[in-house]
Write a new protein. Structure first.
Ligand SMILES: C[S@@+](CC[C@H](N)C(=O)[O-])C[C@H]1O[C@@H](n2cnc3c(N)ncnc32)[C@H](O)[C@@H]1O
Length: 313
Protein backbone atom coordinates (compact mmCIF):
# COMPACT_ATOMS: atom_id res chain seq x y z
CA UNK A 1 0.00 0.00 0.00
CA UNK A 2 1.13 3.51 -0.64
CA UNK A 3 2.00 5.44 2.49
CA UNK A 4 -0.20 8.49 2.51
CA UNK A 5 2.30 10.54 4.45
CA UNK A 6 3.31 12.05 1.12
CA UNK A 7 6.58 12.34 -0.74
CA UNK A 8 9.60 10.94 1.06
CA UNK A 9 13.24 10.40 0.21
CA UNK A 10 13.84 6.73 -0.57
CA UNK A 11 16.97 4.60 -0.79
CA UNK A 12 17.68 5.73 -4.36
CA UNK A 13 17.81 9.35 -3.24
CA UNK A 14 14.82 10.46 -5.28
CA UNK A 15 11.45 11.78 -4.14
CA UNK A 16 8.59 9.30 -4.47
CA UNK A 17 5.83 7.50 -2.62
CA UNK A 18 7.15 5.14 0.02
CA UNK A 19 5.85 1.58 0.21
CA UNK A 20 4.37 0.00 3.36
CA UNK A 21 3.82 -3.63 2.51
CA UNK A 22 5.20 -5.81 -0.25
CA UNK A 23 2.21 -8.18 -0.07
CA UNK A 24 -0.30 -5.72 -1.43
CA UNK A 25 2.22 -3.85 -3.52
CA UNK A 26 1.43 -5.50 -6.85
CA UNK A 27 -2.34 -5.06 -6.53
CA UNK A 28 -2.02 -1.38 -5.78
CA UNK A 29 0.77 -0.95 -8.30
CA UNK A 30 -1.35 -2.39 -11.11
CA UNK A 31 -4.38 -0.28 -10.17
CA UNK A 32 -2.12 2.78 -9.95
CA UNK A 33 -0.79 1.94 -13.39
CA UNK A 34 -4.37 1.83 -14.71
CA UNK A 35 -5.22 5.26 -13.34
CA UNK A 36 -1.85 6.58 -14.53
CA UNK A 37 -2.76 5.39 -18.03
CA UNK A 38 -5.95 7.47 -17.83
CA UNK A 39 -3.99 10.50 -16.68
CA UNK A 40 -1.58 10.01 -19.56
CA UNK A 41 -4.43 9.87 -22.07
CA UNK A 42 -5.98 13.04 -20.63
CA UNK A 43 -2.67 14.90 -20.62
CA UNK A 44 -1.81 13.81 -24.17
CA UNK A 45 -5.26 14.79 -25.47
CA UNK A 46 -4.83 18.21 -23.79
CA UNK A 47 -1.36 18.42 -25.31
CA UNK A 48 0.12 19.01 -21.86
CA UNK A 49 3.53 17.55 -22.71
CA UNK A 50 5.21 18.97 -19.61
CA UNK A 51 2.57 17.10 -17.60
CA UNK A 52 3.33 13.88 -19.50
CA UNK A 53 7.06 14.16 -18.82
CA UNK A 54 6.47 14.90 -15.11
CA UNK A 55 4.12 11.92 -14.79
CA UNK A 56 6.61 9.73 -16.63
CA UNK A 57 9.42 10.58 -14.24
CA UNK A 58 7.18 9.89 -11.25
CA UNK A 59 5.96 6.58 -12.74
CA UNK A 60 9.51 5.39 -13.22
CA UNK A 61 10.38 6.36 -9.66
CA UNK A 62 7.33 4.52 -8.27
CA UNK A 63 8.19 1.40 -10.28
CA UNK A 64 11.78 1.53 -9.03
CA UNK A 65 10.81 2.00 -5.40
CA UNK A 66 8.47 -0.97 -5.56
CA UNK A 67 10.49 -3.38 -7.66
CA UNK A 68 14.08 -2.26 -7.42
CA UNK A 69 15.96 -0.09 -9.84
CA UNK A 70 16.51 -2.60 -12.66
CA UNK A 71 13.17 -4.48 -12.59
CA UNK A 72 11.31 -1.19 -12.07
CA UNK A 73 12.92 0.28 -15.17
CA UNK A 74 12.06 -2.84 -17.21
CA UNK A 75 8.45 -2.81 -15.99
CA UNK A 76 8.16 0.88 -16.72
CA UNK A 77 9.57 0.49 -20.21
CA UNK A 78 7.31 -2.43 -21.04
CA UNK A 79 4.13 -0.84 -19.76
CA UNK A 80 4.89 2.71 -20.83
CA UNK A 81 6.90 2.11 -23.96
CA UNK A 82 4.53 4.27 -25.95
CA UNK A 83 4.92 7.29 -23.67
CA UNK A 84 8.62 6.52 -23.26
CA UNK A 85 9.01 6.68 -27.03
CA UNK A 86 7.18 9.97 -27.15
CA UNK A 87 9.67 11.44 -24.71
CA UNK A 88 12.67 9.97 -26.50
CA UNK A 89 11.61 10.89 -29.98
CA UNK A 90 9.84 14.12 -29.02
CA UNK A 91 7.05 12.93 -31.30
CA UNK A 92 3.91 15.07 -31.31
CA UNK A 93 5.91 18.20 -30.53
CA UNK A 94 7.04 19.05 -34.04
CA UNK A 95 5.19 21.86 -35.80
CA UNK A 96 5.73 24.71 -38.19
CA UNK A 97 4.01 27.35 -40.30
CA UNK A 98 4.75 25.47 -43.52
CA UNK A 99 6.11 22.14 -44.74
CA UNK A 100 9.75 23.24 -44.56
CA UNK A 101 9.37 24.26 -40.90
CA UNK A 102 7.56 21.05 -40.03
CA UNK A 103 10.32 18.98 -41.66
CA UNK A 104 12.98 21.03 -39.85
CA UNK A 105 11.26 20.38 -36.51
CA UNK A 106 10.90 16.64 -37.24
CA UNK A 107 14.62 16.54 -37.98
CA UNK A 108 15.62 18.53 -34.91
CA UNK A 109 13.48 16.24 -32.75
CA UNK A 110 15.41 13.20 -34.00
CA UNK A 111 12.65 11.62 -36.08
CA UNK A 112 14.06 12.18 -39.55
CA UNK A 113 17.34 10.31 -39.77
CA UNK A 114 18.28 10.25 -43.43
CA UNK A 115 18.67 12.94 -46.05
CA UNK A 116 16.63 10.86 -48.50
CA UNK A 117 13.56 10.86 -46.26
CA UNK A 118 14.05 14.57 -45.54
CA UNK A 119 14.13 15.37 -49.28
CA UNK A 120 11.02 13.24 -49.85
CA UNK A 121 9.05 15.04 -47.15
CA UNK A 122 10.10 18.42 -48.47
CA UNK A 123 8.76 17.41 -51.89
CA UNK A 124 5.29 16.45 -50.62
CA UNK A 125 3.47 19.30 -48.89
CA UNK A 126 1.06 17.97 -46.25
CA UNK A 127 -1.02 21.11 -46.82
CA UNK A 128 -2.21 19.53 -50.09
CA UNK A 129 -3.50 16.44 -48.24
CA UNK A 130 -5.47 17.76 -45.28
CA UNK A 131 -7.50 20.89 -44.52
CA UNK A 132 -6.85 21.23 -40.82
CA UNK A 133 -3.52 22.04 -39.13
CA UNK A 134 -1.39 20.26 -41.75
CA UNK A 135 1.92 21.41 -40.24
CA UNK A 136 1.30 19.98 -36.76
CA UNK A 137 2.59 16.56 -35.82
CA UNK A 138 -0.85 15.04 -35.21
CA UNK A 139 -3.38 12.98 -37.16
CA UNK A 140 -6.16 15.04 -38.77
CA UNK A 141 -9.66 14.10 -39.98
CA UNK A 142 -10.02 13.62 -43.74
CA UNK A 143 -13.67 12.49 -43.84
CA UNK A 144 -15.41 9.09 -43.90
CA UNK A 145 -14.23 8.34 -40.32
CA UNK A 146 -10.61 8.31 -41.52
CA UNK A 147 -7.56 10.34 -40.61
CA UNK A 148 -4.30 11.30 -42.23
CA UNK A 149 -1.63 9.79 -39.95
CA UNK A 150 0.64 11.98 -37.84
CA UNK A 151 3.84 13.10 -39.61
CA UNK A 152 6.02 11.24 -37.08
CA UNK A 153 4.33 7.98 -38.16
CA UNK A 154 4.91 8.78 -41.83
CA UNK A 155 8.56 9.53 -41.05
CA UNK A 156 8.99 6.36 -38.97
CA UNK A 157 7.58 4.18 -41.75
CA UNK A 158 9.57 5.88 -44.52
CA UNK A 159 12.80 5.51 -42.53
CA UNK A 160 12.09 1.81 -41.91
CA UNK A 161 11.22 1.22 -45.57
CA UNK A 162 14.02 3.39 -46.97
CA UNK A 163 16.18 0.48 -48.15
CA UNK A 164 13.14 -1.22 -49.72
CA UNK A 165 11.95 1.85 -51.64
CA UNK A 166 14.75 2.13 -54.18
CA UNK A 167 14.30 3.55 -57.70
CA UNK A 168 12.49 0.78 -59.59
CA UNK A 169 11.00 -0.89 -56.47
CA UNK A 170 7.38 -2.05 -56.31
CA UNK A 171 5.35 -1.13 -53.24
CA UNK A 172 1.86 -1.43 -51.83
CA UNK A 173 0.22 1.14 -49.53
CA UNK A 174 -2.88 -0.44 -48.01
CA UNK A 175 -5.41 1.97 -46.49
CA UNK A 176 -3.84 4.80 -48.46
CA UNK A 177 -6.35 7.37 -47.10
CA UNK A 178 -5.23 10.90 -47.98
CA UNK A 179 -2.55 9.55 -50.35
CA UNK A 180 0.25 11.36 -48.48
CA UNK A 181 2.41 8.31 -47.80
CA UNK A 182 1.61 6.84 -51.23
CA UNK A 183 2.99 10.01 -52.83
CA UNK A 184 6.11 9.95 -50.61
CA UNK A 185 6.73 6.30 -51.50
CA UNK A 186 6.25 7.25 -55.18
CA UNK A 187 8.96 9.92 -54.91
CA UNK A 188 11.34 7.31 -53.47
CA UNK A 189 10.79 4.58 -56.09
CA UNK A 190 10.85 6.74 -59.21
CA UNK A 191 11.89 6.50 -61.94
CA UNK A 192 10.46 3.19 -63.17
CA UNK A 193 9.11 2.07 -59.79
CA UNK A 194 5.46 1.55 -58.89
CA UNK A 195 3.42 2.30 -55.78
CA UNK A 196 -0.15 1.03 -55.60
CA UNK A 197 -2.40 2.62 -53.00
CA UNK A 198 -5.47 0.59 -51.98
CA UNK A 199 -8.35 2.40 -50.30
CA UNK A 200 -11.78 0.89 -49.74
CA UNK A 201 -13.71 4.19 -49.57
CA UNK A 202 -14.32 5.36 -53.17
CA UNK A 203 -14.71 9.05 -52.17
CA UNK A 204 -11.44 8.94 -50.24
CA UNK A 205 -9.59 7.27 -53.12
CA UNK A 206 -10.85 10.00 -55.47
CA UNK A 207 -9.87 12.71 -52.96
CA UNK A 208 -6.39 11.19 -52.60
CA UNK A 209 -5.89 11.30 -56.38
CA UNK A 210 -6.83 15.00 -56.36
CA UNK A 211 -4.40 15.59 -53.47
CA UNK A 212 -1.55 13.85 -55.30
CA UNK A 213 -2.36 15.77 -58.47
CA UNK A 214 -2.13 19.07 -56.53
CA UNK A 215 1.13 18.09 -54.89
CA UNK A 216 3.09 15.91 -57.35
CA UNK A 217 1.10 15.57 -60.58
CA UNK A 218 4.04 13.95 -62.39
CA UNK A 219 3.75 10.83 -60.18
CA UNK A 220 0.36 10.13 -61.80
CA UNK A 221 1.43 11.22 -65.28
CA UNK A 222 4.50 8.95 -65.19
CA UNK A 223 2.38 6.04 -63.89
CA UNK A 224 4.56 5.71 -60.76
CA UNK A 225 1.54 5.98 -58.44
CA UNK A 226 -1.87 4.31 -58.80
CA UNK A 227 -4.77 4.31 -56.37
CA UNK A 228 -7.30 1.45 -56.45
CA UNK A 229 -10.65 1.10 -54.70
CA UNK A 230 -10.71 -2.34 -53.08
CA UNK A 231 -10.57 -4.25 -49.83
CA UNK A 232 -6.91 -3.95 -48.86
CA UNK A 233 -7.06 -7.10 -46.72
CA UNK A 234 -6.69 -9.08 -49.96
CA UNK A 235 -3.61 -7.15 -51.06
CA UNK A 236 -3.09 -6.94 -54.83
CA UNK A 237 -2.27 -10.39 -56.18
CA UNK A 238 -1.95 -9.28 -59.82
CA UNK A 239 0.85 -6.85 -58.92
CA UNK A 240 2.73 -9.13 -56.46
CA UNK A 241 5.43 -9.62 -55.33
CA UNK A 242 6.17 -6.28 -53.60
CA UNK A 243 9.48 -5.04 -52.20
CA UNK A 244 7.64 -3.00 -49.58
CA UNK A 245 4.16 -3.20 -48.11
CA UNK A 246 2.79 -0.54 -45.77
CA UNK A 247 -0.54 -1.00 -44.04
CA UNK A 248 -2.10 2.21 -42.71
CA UNK A 249 -4.83 0.62 -40.56
CA UNK A 250 -4.65 -1.86 -37.69
CA UNK A 251 -5.28 -5.56 -38.35
CA UNK A 252 -6.53 -7.79 -35.52
CA UNK A 253 -4.24 -10.49 -36.86
CA UNK A 254 -1.85 -10.14 -39.77
CA UNK A 255 -3.51 -11.20 -43.05
CA UNK A 256 -1.41 -14.19 -44.26
CA UNK A 257 -2.15 -13.24 -47.86
CA UNK A 258 -0.17 -10.00 -47.47
CA UNK A 259 2.93 -11.87 -46.31
CA UNK A 260 2.57 -14.15 -49.36
CA UNK A 261 2.65 -11.07 -51.60
CA UNK A 262 5.94 -9.85 -50.12
CA UNK A 263 8.99 -10.40 -52.34
CA UNK A 264 12.05 -12.25 -50.95
CA UNK A 265 14.15 -9.52 -49.31
CA UNK A 266 11.00 -7.42 -48.87
CA UNK A 267 9.62 -5.68 -45.78
CA UNK A 268 6.10 -5.13 -44.51
CA UNK A 269 5.03 -2.65 -41.82
CA UNK A 270 1.63 -3.23 -40.24
CA UNK A 271 -0.11 -2.04 -37.07
CA UNK A 272 -1.44 -5.11 -35.25
CA UNK A 273 -3.94 -5.46 -32.42
CA UNK A 274 -7.29 -4.03 -31.36
CA UNK A 275 -7.32 -2.10 -28.07
CA UNK A 276 -3.54 -2.33 -27.66
CA UNK A 277 -1.76 -2.00 -30.96
CA UNK A 278 1.85 -2.28 -32.01
CA UNK A 279 3.61 -1.45 -35.25
CA UNK A 280 5.18 -4.68 -36.47
CA UNK A 281 7.90 -5.16 -39.08
CA UNK A 282 7.96 -8.38 -41.13
CA UNK A 283 11.07 -9.18 -43.16
CA UNK A 284 11.09 -11.95 -45.76
CA UNK A 285 14.55 -13.43 -46.26
CA UNK A 286 15.80 -14.57 -49.67
CA UNK A 287 14.93 -18.19 -48.76
CA UNK A 288 11.34 -17.15 -47.99
CA UNK A 289 11.51 -17.34 -44.19
CA UNK A 290 9.73 -14.51 -42.41
CA UNK A 291 10.92 -12.74 -39.25
CA UNK A 292 8.87 -10.42 -37.06
CA UNK A 293 10.02 -7.39 -35.04
CA UNK A 294 8.14 -5.08 -32.67
CA UNK A 295 8.72 -1.41 -33.51
CA UNK A 296 6.55 0.66 -31.19
CA UNK A 297 3.07 0.91 -29.68
CA UNK A 298 0.61 2.78 -31.89
CA UNK A 299 -3.04 3.78 -32.24
CA UNK A 300 -4.60 3.36 -35.72
CA UNK A 301 -8.11 3.05 -37.15
CA UNK A 302 -8.99 -0.61 -37.80
CA UNK A 303 -8.42 -2.45 -41.07
CA UNK A 304 -12.08 -3.38 -41.48
CA UNK A 305 -14.95 -3.75 -43.92
CA UNK A 306 -16.38 -0.73 -45.71
CA UNK A 307 -19.65 -1.11 -43.81
CA UNK A 308 -17.91 -1.21 -40.41
CA UNK A 309 -15.98 1.95 -41.18
CA UNK A 310 -18.98 3.93 -42.47
CA UNK A 311 -20.97 2.94 -39.36
CA UNK A 312 -17.98 3.84 -37.18
CA UNK A 313 -17.70 0.41 -35.51
C1 LIG B 1 -5.12 6.04 -40.72
S1 LIG B 1 -6.07 6.11 -42.19
C2 LIG B 1 -5.04 6.71 -43.48
C3 LIG B 1 -3.59 6.41 -43.44
C4 LIG B 1 -2.82 7.01 -44.61
N1 LIG B 1 -1.47 6.46 -44.53
C5 LIG B 1 -2.73 8.53 -44.50
O1 LIG B 1 -1.84 9.01 -43.81
O2 LIG B 1 -3.58 9.23 -45.07
C6 LIG B 1 -6.33 4.42 -42.59
C7 LIG B 1 -7.07 4.20 -43.88
O3 LIG B 1 -7.30 2.81 -44.04
C8 LIG B 1 -8.50 2.66 -44.76
N2 LIG B 1 -8.97 1.27 -44.60
C9 LIG B 1 -9.45 0.66 -43.49
N3 LIG B 1 -9.77 -0.62 -43.75
C10 LIG B 1 -9.47 -0.83 -45.07
C11 LIG B 1 -9.56 -1.96 -45.93
N4 LIG B 1 -10.07 -3.13 -45.52
N5 LIG B 1 -9.17 -1.83 -47.20
C12 LIG B 1 -8.67 -0.65 -47.66
N6 LIG B 1 -8.56 0.46 -46.90
C13 LIG B 1 -8.95 0.37 -45.61
C14 LIG B 1 -9.40 3.72 -44.17
O4 LIG B 1 -10.46 4.06 -45.04
C15 LIG B 1 -8.43 4.88 -43.99
O5 LIG B 1 -8.43 5.72 -45.08
Amino acid sequence: MWNNSGWSRNKFGIDGWSVQSNKTFFVSFISSVRSLSNWYSTLISRKSYKGVFFLERRTLQIAQIGCGERVGRQLFRKRFLYQYNIRRAMAWLSRGRNQAELVKALKENGLIKTERVERTLLAVDRGHFCKYRPYEDAPQPIGWNATISAPHMHVTCLELLNEHLKPGSKALDIGSGSGYLTACMGIMVRPKGLVVGIEHIPGLAQQSLENIERSQKSLLEEGVVRVMVDDGRKGFLEGAPFDAIHVGAAAGTVPRVLLDQLAPGGRMLIPEGTSEQELVQYDKAKDGTVSKKHITFVRYVPLCSLDQQIRGI
